[in-house]
Write a protein that binds this ligand. Sequence first.
Ligand code: FE2
Length: 152
Amino acid sequence: MDENHIPSITRMELIELLNQDLSLEVHSVTCYVNSSRRINDNSALAESLKLHAEEEITQAMTIAAQIDALGGAPAIAQMPANRTEMPDDMLGRELESEAASISRYRKRVEQCEMLGELEVAQFIRRILAQDMEHFSRLAAMLTESGALQSEA
Ligand SMILES: [Fe+2]
């Protein structure tokens, strides 16, 4: 990288962006909790959604810790969970949300690196890898969701 390169964001802006990420993670937890309870059985699908909810809580805690490490304060998230009726829409909603997270975190890793916050970048990279796993699992569930739809 060019030694004279000027970071395009400040540390305060990074904290603000991570707080937005935190709000979205908390929102994502409520979506997965909602989805898993609406399926409300012991199927592999319900179990995967529960696992995602638990992993998203851990991601939210990790982001909060990074905000703290940067000298910021984790904000309180206020976001309504949106509701859809069909299991297929539910999975589509989660898939879209994970795709958005992946693109946000790719950018966030670059921003952390630009600011020389390599340890924070490393934590975000782990969250990114986990959201990529969530995305792949959801895409596989959606592929199999023809079976779900025909049962409905
Ligand atoms: Fe996430």
